[in-house]
Design a protein around this ligand. Structure first.
Ligand code: HEC
Ligand code: HEC
Ligand code: HEC
Ligand code: HEC
Ligand code: HEC
Ligand code: HEC
Ligand code: HEC
Ligand code: HEC
Ligand code: HEC
Ligand code: HEC
Length: 508
């Protein structure tokens, strides 16, 4: 189709006639211009005046959260005092450009956050691009507590394969010591598995979808402890006597700590001795060896006459010569049982094969079994035998602070109608080896922590984001009553050696 053309002249004439009309003064048009100008310059003046004299709250974009409400009249705690008031055109242009591309200038606010909340920028040392505090913690959202941190903030890295790939590469260049940022007191024995070669950089979206299976399970970890204990034998064995009129249950040995989050450590005195009472003389079941120190056991055996004399007194024998006779009789009948002092000591330390329980004898539950019944015992020339110390782990999953109090007995429709029981997660009743790690697998948790289970399953439900202060005393739950520091420290060291050993063999 041919175009309708006009000459340049025609076009310019048309424009001039329009402009001419505007150039002519007209009362209405004049009023409109004045009003616009007033609004424009008045607005700028108001901003400047309020900056100088107005109440800060005027600019507030919403009430501050409960924790920061005390700064409601002191905006500069978080906002630089002169930020936002450009001093010249260049600054205005720069600031507009910055806003246009990056939105609010979070970097400046982040620095302010960190003036009060120190060391909160660290999550993991191999993070490639940090997130702004305000991405996760939003201010000006209302006067209540700050909103819980949403999982998409975590997924912005954890579900981004490029970010995770780059983090794995960065992590590979860093020393091992840069990781594992969860300090604990020396009393606490924490099972920290070696960081995998690519770090914790699996890509996943949510807990119930592809969140990795827990490392303990994934790597088929074994418990390095050498104390012999068979859960199944004790929980289902027909010959296991009742204690306090009750069948053995989990709670007899595993008692919740003060806050109910974790269990107290098992001890020989509280949890084994009632049945395994370290008797060594079938005729005198009251005689019991001291526990927990091989040297003390040898000293006890070397002073048997004194201990039999004490027993005589307890039995009501008063006259010295009668006591002497009693002691002599007992030593002699004991010799009939074991032949010699050396033989007795050998049995005490090394018998794994039990003397048969004296079912007929009142007051006995079981006759003595050697220390080796429960322990790994090694002979040492010219010294008392070495007992390998048991290592009871206090925390198995340090990356996710669990809470028993929120789970035991919980009823959830379709999963635990009658209340959640220990064995639903731990399956101890079917475990026969100490080396079994009785920790739950992911499926145990997904049953509830998923849209189907209808229990919250945000990342922040189960994880901390900020590396805790690198200061042992401040780390929660670090003080365990009843365990001496040196003892725990030693246990922790033993465990470290064991784990280090397994790590070395694994990387060879
Ligand atoms: C505890 C820190 C904190 C305090 C105190 C605070 N703010 Fe904010 N403010 C923020 C953060 C963080 C943002 C970023 C946006 C967001 O998180 O919603 C923001 C954003 C803003 C914004 C919009 C974004 C912008 O920069 O253009 C305004 C306006 C604002 N604040 C005004 C105020 C005023 C006025 C006060 C004082 C009454 C104040 N704020 C006190 C943290 C704070
Ligand atoms: C002037 C000091 C100060 C500044 C600046 C500050 N805060 Fe706070 N913040 C506090 C105090 C005080 C609390 C109260 C809780 C506490 O005992 O730590 C708190 C609490 C919090 C909490 C815990 C909230 C909760 O519900 O448990 C978060 C998260 C937080 N601040 C994030 C921020 C962020 C993000 C910024 C920067 C935008 C910021 N804070 C700036 C002093 C400050
Ligand atoms: C800026 C990126 C980034 C964000 C955002 C992020 N993470 Fe991570 N996170 C990482 C990287 C990288 C690792 C891997 C560390 C390693 O290789 O040892 C990691 C590791 C972890 C680990 C396992 C490592 C350990 O020792 O504890 C947990 C748990 C975790 N993140 C939880 C979270 C949670 C919860 C959030 C959200 C509140 C979150 N992350 C947000 C980058 C991020
Ligand atoms: C007679 C005492 C006793 C009873 C009863 C008992 N346990 Fe244990 N439990 C122990 C001892 C000792 C250990 C430490 C030895 C070990 O590492 O296996 C242990 C360890 C554990 C561990 C730590 C993980 C591990 O692999 O070491 C869990 C979990 C556990 N028991 C769960 C249970 C549950 C669940 C029940 C009840 C069904 C139960 N226990 C009953 C003595 C007992
Ligand atoms: C309620 C009584 C009772 C308690 C409490 C008890 N046991 Fe036993 N235990 C028995 C009986 C009975 C046997 C079987 C004895 C036999 O086989 O001659 C046994 C057997 C054993 C065995 C050898 C059986 C095997 O197959 O492993 C070991 C080891 C053992 N117990 C360790 C412990 C430890 C460690 C504790 C404390 C954490 C403990 N027991 C607490 C009653 C108990
Ligand atoms: C029925 C099982 C059992 C028998 C038998 C037994 N122990 Fe133990 N032993 C334990 C348990 C459980 C622990 C760990 C809890 C504790 O220390 O109370 C332990 C801990 C120890 C410790 C480490 C204490 C520490 O300070 O960490 C030594 C040493 C020890 N036993 C020596 C002995 C000696 C010596 C004998 C023999 C006379 C013996 N045990 C017999 C169960 C047993
Ligand atoms: C919802 C699953 C769940 C239930 C139910 C549960 N636990 Fe646990 N339990 C765990 C998890 C997860 C850990 C690992 C926590 C850690 O050590 O970091 C654990 C750790 C343990 C430990 C070793 C660490 C410690 O606290 O000493 C023992 C022992 C234990 N549980 C016993 C029990 C007993 C006894 C019951 C029942 C009264 C029980 N658990 C119920 C999930 C569960
Ligand atoms: C119901 C509780 C729960 C939820 C929800 C959850 N996790 Fe975990 N997560 C765990 C436990 C338990 C472990 C194992 C901890 C350990 O072994 O110390 C774990 C391990 C991890 C690890 C280490 C993975 C590895 O390779 O071993 C990362 C990273 C992680 N979680 C990130 C996340 C992120 C991101 C989210 C949210 C999308 C999330 N988790 C949601 C319980 C949870
Ligand atoms: C029977 C259902 C059920 C199962 C199975 C279950 N949980 Fe939970 N869990 C809950 C409920 C209910 C809460 C409380 C939620 C709340 O406070 O809003 C909870 C809370 C939690 C919390 C937060 C604790 C706190 O201190 O606030 C963690 C962490 C957690 N669960 C981890 C786990 C892990 C790990 C597993 C698997 C070993 C698991 N849960 C299995 C029901 C369950
Ligand atoms: C990827 C999300 C994310 C980012 C980014 C983030 N936080 Fe947090 N923050 C969390 C989560 C989740 C919690 C809940 C408790 C925890 O994980 O330690 C939390 C808790 C807090 C708390 C209260 C508990 C405590 O540790 O005292 C403060 C204060 C806090 N954050 C400040 C900050 C500051 C300041 C920054 C910026 C330097 C920041 N956060 C950046 C996710 C984040």
């Amino acid at each position: 189709m041919a175009e309708l053309r006009r000459t340049q002249k025609q076009i310019s004439e048309r424009y001039w006639s329009i402009i001419g009309r505007y150039l002519k003064l007209h009362p209405w048009r004049l009023a409109r211009t004045l009003v616009s100008a007033l609004a424009f310059f008045g607005g700028i003046a108001a901003v400047v005046l309020y900056q100088k004299y107005g109440r800060e709250a005027f600019f507030n974009s919403g009430p501050l959260s409960r924790n920061h409400a005390m700064f409601a009249n002191d905006c500069k705690q978080c906002h630089d005092a002169d930020a936002g008031v450009p001093k010249d055109g260049a600054q205005l242009a720069a600031s507009l450009k910055q806003r246009f591309h990056n939105g609010i200038d979070f970097a400046a606010i982040d620095r302010k956050c960190e003036t009060c909340h120190e060391r909160h920028s660290l999550h993991e040392p191999n993070v490639v691009e940090n997130r702004s505090c305000s991405a996760c913690h939003m201010e000006h959202q209302g006067p209540g507590p700050m909103r819980a941190v949403a999982s998409f903030n975590c997924a912005s890295c954890h579900n981004n394969s490029e970010v995770m790939e780059a983090s794995a590469a960065k992590g590979a260049q860093m020393p091992r010591d840069a990781f594992h940022l969860r300090p604990h007191s020396p009393q606490q024995v924490v099972f920290e598995l070696p960081r995998p070669p690519r770090g914790y950089t699996e890509v996943f979206e949510s807990f119930w979808n592809d969140h990795p299976e827990f490392q303990l399970k994934r790597e088929q970890t074994r418990d390095p402890d050498v104390l012999r204990f068979n859960h199944q034998r004790h929980l289902t064995g027909a010959d296991i006597p009742q204690v306090n009129g009750k069948k053995l249950d989990c709670n007899y040995c595993h008692k919740p700590g003060i806050d109910g989050r974790f269990m107290e450590r098992v001890t020989f005195a509280a949890n084994c001795q009632a049945c395994h009472s370290l008797q060594f003389d079938i005729k005198n079941p009251e005689m019991q060896l001291p526990h927990g120190d091989a040297t003390a056991v040898r000293a006890y055996l070397h002073s048997l006459p004194t201990h039999y004399a004490d027993l005589a007194v307890k039995k009501g024998i008063a006259r010295p010569e009668q006591i002497q006779t009693f002691v002599a009789q007992q030593i002699s009948q004991l010799r009939d049982q074991v032949r010699s002092g050396e033989e007795l000591e050998r049995r005490v330390f090394f018998t794994t094969d039990p003397y048969k329980p004296q079912l007929g004898v009142a007051g006995t539950r079981a006759a003595f079994y050697g220390c080796a019944f429960c322990h790994e015992v090694k002979p040492q020339t010219a010294l008392v035998p070495a007992i390998t110390k048991p290592v009871f782990v206090d925390r198995w999953m340090p990356q996710s602070p669990f809470n028993h109090a929120k789970h035991v007995g919980v009823k959830v429709t379709g999963v635990s109608e009658t209340g959640l029981k220990c064995d639903d997660c731990h399956h101890a009743t079917s475990s026969r080896e100490t080396s079994d790690v009785l920790m739950p697998v992911k499926a145990n948790c997904v049953a509830c922590h998923s849209p189907q289970g209808k229990v919250v399953a945000e990342c922040a439900t189960c994880h901390k984001y900020h590396a805790p202060p690198q200061n042992v005393a401040m780390w929660e739950g670090s003080q365990r009553p009843g365990s001496s520091a040196s003892r725990g420290a030693e246990a922790a060291r033993t465990l470290k050696d064991v784990l280090l050993g397994s790590r070395l063999t694994a990387t060879r």
